[in-house]
Design a protein around this ligand. Structure first.
Ligand SMILES: [Zn+2]
Length: 133
């Protein structure tokens, strides 16, 4: 496994059982994107699309995701931006910054949903279940 510096968009309904490195899977029906962590660790990174989570821009060739991808729950804790299909590496966050980010994400989600939000890891599991029944 090597570090990725580019991601190519693949528009699909559901994610494949095994994601390929260097691909950014985009499911519009499920409003979710997925890719393998660009550090090369091989972990899947799922980014739900919503006003409180990530937004996707497709320029006809390449995609950008906003905000940055912070893999705080992975051992690698990598942090990068996906900009026009290119990976822009960002610095790692400190534990305090990660906590701040998580608290902010939860607040935004609380505003958006009426269901109590159990927190990022179970949210992720729910999305994965959703995509792979
Ligand atoms: Zn990684």
């Amino acid at each position: 496994m090597t570090t990725q510096d580019t991601l190519r968009p693949v528009f699909t309904e559901t994610f494949p059982p095994r994601m390929e490195p260097g691909m950014l899977y985009v499911s519009i029906p499920y409003r979710t994107c997925g890719h393998l962590c660009c550090c090369g660790c091989g972990n899947e990174v799922v980014t739900p699309l919503s006003p409180a989570q990530w937004s996707l821009t497709f320029d006809g060739e390449n995609v950008s995701l906003s905000p940055s991808i912070g893999n705080w729950s992975l051992p690698c804790q990598s942090h990068y931006w996906i900009r026009e299909g290119r990976i822009r590496w960002s610095r790692r966050y400190s534990a305090a910054e990660i906590d701040q980010n998580r608290a902010r994400d939860r607040r935004l989600l609380d505003l958006e949903t009426t269901v109590p939000e159990p927190g990022p890891p179970s949210r992720l599991r729910r999305y994965l279940r959703f995509l792979r029944p």
